[in-house]
Structure formats: structure tokens, C-alpha cells
Design a protein around this ligand. Structure first.
Ligand SMILES: [Zn+2]
Length: 298
């Protein structure tokens, strides 16, 4: 038995030596985990956040996380060597200009809640991480009225706050429709969905008008044209994609739970997958769901 053990150890050593020599002699294969400058592009996971409230809030759930959970996520990403990037960095990369950091990730906040300003923005500044907040025009209008009743539990960013945020190097403002963020009732189209029996012309007219309205509102307030459109509830059509491209959008976000590969092709920035971050999971468990690796170089 001992002999066999010694013999098999000898074989194992020989095998490792052969593997080593083979590895030296063999050209390096194209690895999917090459640095961002690789020809094959780079995987860019996208996190979808919504509302960020206090730890003792009774509203915590699938679309409402605590400030502590957000901070824990940012710390986890920092420790694991992930670098949040801005939409402009992705656009530049896809256009063949500039590189992305080793482990890029895009952080997105949907619905433009006022809680973004109060609870998420200070953390982005603290950790110096960029993110996108995608606003709904109708709600930002509503909360810009002087008589609007506000409470952090439900209010959305007013236009003054959107303007202030747009001045920050850590915030990009995205479109989340002007008034298509409605999934209730029989008559509702649910985001950018087509109504049954609706003609292409009518659909195009409605979607174009709504998108132009939010586009103009954001441009007027911030002085910058939005380049990113986050589909309400993730619903889209081939036609909505065409319309957004024609209106100058360069990134669209779906709600499909997958990691997208960005290449040196601007078309790779459309319909990016995203993972919703719910309350009640540790950062480790949530990012494992996205298949992110816990340690740099792992
Ligand atoms: Zn939304």
C-alpha cells in the first residue's frame, strides 16, 4: 500500500511537471476573464436598486432596502475589487475610446425616489462610486409642486434635487419614462408594452411622445441630454428599442437577471440585464446570485 502511495505520488509529480511544461509551451487561450481591454469585451453586471430607507422601516421588501444594506453592498464591492462605472464610461468603451477597470459594475436606482438623495447619494460620495438614478417625469413634476405633501417613505425627487444631483460626478440621470410607469388596471399598458390590437403607428406615437417629454424635462433641468433609458418593469418591444436609438439613447436597461457582455460595439449596450437587489439578503448572498467573485483575482 505504501509503495503504491509512493508510486502514485511519483506519477502525480510527473503529471504536474508535464502540465507545467505544456502550459509554458501552449499559447494562452482567449479567456472570458481577460482585462476589459480584451477583444472579446467585458462582462458588466448591473445592480437594480429602488428605494433606500432606514433599517427599522416597515416598508423593507423586494424593492426597498435599508441604508445599511446599501452600505454593506458598496463595502463588499470595494473589498472584492469591483469598480462601479458611469454610463459615459460604458459608452466610451463601446465606441472604442478608453478602457474599463478590471471588474466594472453598473449601479442603478430606479424610480427616482427622494430617498436616493437622502440615503444613497451620501454613500456614493463616501465610497466615491458612480451610479445612475432613473427618474419618472410625472412624479418629479408632482413633487416639484409647492403644495406637494412629502415624506421620505414615498416622495420622489423634485426637479431641483435632480438638478443638484446631475452636478455630482457620482450621479447620472436616466429616463424611466414620463408617464408610463403604471402597471395597474385593465387599461394600463404596463410600461412600454404594446396594447392588444394597437397599431405600430399608434404605439410609436405614444412611446415617442412620452420619451420626448421625459427627455426634454431632464435636458432642461440638468443641461445634459440623458443617454440611458431604464424600461419601467423591464417591458420593451423591438419598436421601442428603435425609437430610443433614434432619439439618441445609447444604453437601455431591461430587468432580465443576467450579466451582459459589453464589447467594442455600441450595439452591446442595449437591453443590458440587471439583478434586482431585495431586502433581507447579505451582500455576499446577493452578489453570489449575480455570480460575482468575493475576492480579487479569484
Ligand atoms: Zn420603476
Amino acid at each position: 500500500m505504501k509503495k503504491f502511495w509512493q508510486k502514485s505520488r511519483g506519477y502525480a509529480a510527473l503529471l504536474s511537471l508535464l502540465c507545467f511544461l505544456f502550459a509554458l509551451a501552449w499559447p494562452e487561450p482567449e479567456s472570458p476573464f481577460l482585462p476589459a481591454s480584451g477583444q472579446e469585451g467585458v462582462d458588466v453586471p448591473v445592480v437594480m436598486y429602488h428605494h433606500v430607507l432606514e433599517e427599522d422601516s416597515s416598508l423593507l421588501g423586494d424593492y426597498v432596502i435599508s441604508r445599511q444594506e446599501l452600505e454593506s453592498d458598496l463595502q463588499w464591492l470595494q473589498k472584492a475589487g469591483y469598480t462601479p462605472v458611469s454610463p459615459s464610461q460604458l459608452i466610451a468603451y463601446a465606441a472604442g475610446e478608453g478602457d474599463l477597470p478590471q471588474r466594472p459594475i453598473l449601479l442603478t436606482f430606479d424610480d427616482g425616489y427622494e430617498s436616493f438623495f437622502a440615503n444613497a447619494y451620501p454613500l456614493l460620495q463616501k465610497y466615491q462610486m458612480p451610479a445612475v438614478v432613473s427618474v419618472i417625469g410625472r412624479y418629479s413634476n408632482l413633487y416639484s409642486q409647492p403644495d406637494a405633501v412629502r415624506h421620505l417613505n414615498y416622495s420622489h425627487l423634485d426637479w431641483e434635487q435632480v438638478k443638484a444631483l446631475s452636478r455630482s460626478p457620482y450621479v447620472s440621470i436616466g429616463s424611466h419614462s414620463y408617464d408610463m410607469h403604471d402597471a395597474s388596471g385593465q387599461e394600463s399598458r404596463s410600461g412600454a408594452k404594446r396594447l392588444s390590437g394597437e397599431t405600430d403607428e399608434h404605439y410609436a406615437q405614444v412611446f415617442t411622445a412620452d420619451t420626448q417629454k421625459i427627455h426634454e424635462a431632464i435636458t432642461d433641468v440638468t443641461g445634459k441630454e440623458p443617454t440611458l433609458y431604464a424600461y419601467p418593469f423591464g417591458f420593451y418591444t423591438a419598436q421601442s428599442e428603435e425609437i430610443l436609438k433614434n432619439l439618441g439613447y445609447q444604453i437601455t436597461l431591461s430587468c432580465e437577471s443576467r450579466v451582459s457582455r459589453i464589447t467594442r460595439d455600441p450595439a452591446s449596450l442595449f437591453l443590458l440585464g440587471r439583478f434586482n437587489r431585495p431586502h433581507g439578503l447579505s451582500s455576499q448572498d446577493f452578489f453570489a446570485r449575480m455570480r460575482l467573485e468575493a475576492t480579487e483575482g479569484a
